[in-house]
Write a protein that binds this ligand. Structure first.
Ligand code: NAP
Length: 491
């Protein structure tokens, strides 16, 4: 069954418990045909300050226990689940991914909210055995975790719903107040999320202002967040350039950065090539390749290169390309002209430098606006743009390597270090890859694009600092206090 894209949604921002407008508004477009599907306010710096101050006040006033925070997040999950079909439509309308993928994203967001609710009840401290040091045998110390205050959550366009939940879920679970800022081209599904959170907050008698969402220019909102001393933590997912700007200007604020990647997946000669190829094409083309840990480089043992390329072509051929609202569609449009043109340029430059197009290579035109066909490239060398840069598009560049030393060296031949994959039946190779690949996650027998929402997730090098994954995010959004009981005078 095909669904229609959402009818026009003109949304407002949530500041201090009120849905409010701004002097300016900006349109949101449906990437597949460029039509306007909604609009949101463009917040002024003053409005961002109001949201932060409301959050700060609400944080000070809030008396929600861990159980009540669990109830809040569970109630928000229930509401989102009730609106699942509507929200999946909104995600496709603003982002252009196939409806089947939007449904998966909504389902994951519901689970991420539920997992966050559960984690609210697990903010453990620990007993510190003081007698481990000479002279402290009479002292009893333990730690307790406490919230930070106001957490700002800034998200990108590619998973507009679930990435916002990854920040506000654990932040609220830990007892903080939040100010969300979604990407300007995909703000609508985040606002629906905040509608669910606001209703759930009211249900548990949380103070107004515990949850806020502002929309508008990244630099205006970002600078207001950086400048305001009440913001204790910034959780950012997006490009490495903006991440570095935040890192350079955030002073003493807690900062989590989930940034770009150029993830390698190694295919060794002892694996099932056909099954590996299916996963590789899926991992490179899901969300039209607009995934931070997608398969960006395939490093294959040269003896099985030809066999792998043939299998990749078969797998790419089997994908249906086009209209995101068609249930059969696997690969649809990219989010906007900039993303699309960047992929076109990287592809054309790579072919100009000698890579061979084994499958695909068509874009736009009859395929649909901003649609790029799944494209398998062979004869790729590490210096070519499709291999050396982050490509946010459905390209599968295949790079042959002659031995495992070279595979590891090439895997690490990037400034990024988000995730990596390796297909092999050899446990020793798996162990070596795990030890020697410099990335936040190394996945044996699957692709780099593997992610479950409760696992620790976050890159090394230019891919960021800190981890998401509910429990791990919650650690960033809370701080540890030491409490000591010492020998009293009456004992
Ligand atoms: P982006 O351009 O960096 O935007 C991300 C967010 O930052 C948007 O909300 C944007 O607002 C905001 N922003 C822009 N300038 C800012 C500033 N000066 N201060 C504060 N915020 C600012 O990234 P994108 O193009 O949306 O997303 C693609 C990138 O995200 C890719 O590099 C991808 O690898 C990365 N990503 C990483 C992960 C991960 O978990 N590691 C996950 C998904 C995506 P506006 O939209 O209003 O400009």
């Amino acid at each position: 069954m095909s669904l229609e894209v959402a009818s026009r949604l003109d949304k407002q921002m949530l500041i201090d418990g009120e849905w409010v407008d701004a002097d300016d508004r900006t349109d949101v477009s449906y990437p597949y045909d460029g039509s306007t599907v909604g609009s949101v306010p463009v917040a002024s710096a003053e409005q961002v300050n109001e949201a932060i101050e409301a959050a700060d006040r609400a944080y000070q006033e809030s008396t929600l226990s861990a159980y009540e925070r669990y109830e809040l997040l569970t109630a928000a999950a229930d509401r989102l689940e009730e609106r699942a079909d509507e929200v999946a439509n909104v995600v496709t309308s603003e982002q252009g991914k196939p409806l089947s993928e939007s449904r998966t994203e909504v389902d994951r967001a519901v689970q991420t909210l539920r997992l966050s609710g559960e984690e609210a009840k697990r903010m453990f401290g620990e007993y510190v055995p003081m007698d481990g040091q000479k002279g402290f045998a009479k002292d009893h110390c333990f730690t307790q975790r406490e919230p930070l205050g106001v957490v700002a959550a800034i998200t990108p366009f590619n998973f507009p719903l679930n990435l916002m939940v990854h920040k506000v879920g654990p932040a609220l679970a830990a007892g903080n107040a939040v100010v969300g800022k979604p990407a300007s081209n995909t703000p609508l599904s985040s606002i629906v999320l905040f509608e669910c959170l606001a209703e759930a907050a009211e249900e548990v008698d949380a103070p107004d202002g515990l949850v806020n969402v502002v929309t508008g220019s990244g630099s205006t909102v970002g600078d207001a967040i950086l400048d305001h001393e009440a913001v204790e933590a910034i959780s950012f997912t997006g490009s490495t350039d903006v991440g570095k700007y935040l890192a350079n200007n955030s002073g003493m604020k807690e900062l989590t950065l989930e940034l770009g990647g150029n993830d390698p997946t190694i295919v060794w000669d002892d694996t099932d090539i056909e099954q590996a190829a299916e996963q590789l094409v899926g991992g490179a083309c899901s969300n039209a390749g607009q995934v931070c840990n997608s398969v960006e480089r395939v490093l294959v043992h040269e003896t099985v290169e030809e066999e792998l390329v043939d299998a990749l072509v078969d797998a790419a051929e089997s994908l249906t390309v086009g209209d995101p609202t068609d249930d059969e569609t696997d690969v649809a449009s990219m989010v906007d002209d900039d993303q699309f043109q960047t992929v076109v340029d990287l592809f054309e430059a790579t072919v100009e430098q000698g890579a061979t197009v084994e499958y695909g290579g068509n874009y736009g035109g009859d395929l649909g606006e901003r649609v790029f066909e799944p494209t398998v490239l062979s004869g790729v060398t590490p210096e070519m743009p499709a291999a050396s840069e982050e490509v946010f598009g459905p390209l599968v560049p295949v790079i042959p390597v002659s031995d495992f030393d070279e595979a590891i060296e090439e895997a690490n031949n990037t400034n990024y270090g988000l995730e990596a994959g390796l297909f092999t039946q050899d446990i020793d190779r798996g162990k070596r890859a795990a030890d020697e690949i410099d990335a936040g996650g190394v996945n044996i027998n699957t692709v780099s694009g593997f992610r479950a929402d409760h696992m620790p997730y976050g890159g090394f090098k230019d891919s960021g600092v800190g981890k998401e994954g509910i429990k791990y995010a919650l650690d960033h959004f809370s701080r540890e206090k030491l409490v000591g009981f010492h020998q009293g005078f009456n004992a």
